[in-house]
Write a protein that binds this ligand. Structure first.
Ligand code: FES
Length: 105
């Protein structure tokens, strides 16, 4: 397991989603109500970039900009729309001022 700092806490304010790359991983990092979530950035239906989508605060989800599928940020599971397969979910910790994601290579 490897812990990788992706950004500082103050660089991702509430409601912001951002795309990050880490050695070939395309990641979506989200601050939702002060909790950070990290999932794959590519929709499992047709690979649209989820960082271009919108947050669904009620469902704690991200809505795909492609054809509107929604994924849970907590579990990665599809909640609505065409996607059938889940996103990979990565563990996120705040360590000091950093948002740190844990990878299992
Ligand atoms: S590409 Fe994501 S729902 Fe269609």
């Amino acid at each position: 397991m490897v812990d990788v700092p992706l950004c500082r806490v103050d660089e991702l304010s509430d409601g912001v989603m951002r795309h990050y790359e880490h050695i070939g991983y395309d990641l979506l990092l989200v601050n939702l109500d002060g909790t950070f979530y990290c999932v794959d950035a590519a929709c499992t239906f047709s690979w649209a970039d989820l960082s271009q989508g919108v947050l669904d605060r009620e469902k704690k989800g991200v809505v795909c900009p492609g054809c509107g599928g929604t994924f849970s940020l907590e579990t990665g599971q599809p909640l609505a729309g065409p996607p059938k397969f889940p996103l990979e979910v990565y563990e996120v910790h705040v360590v000091g001022d950093d948002v740190v994601v844990t990878f299992v290579y």
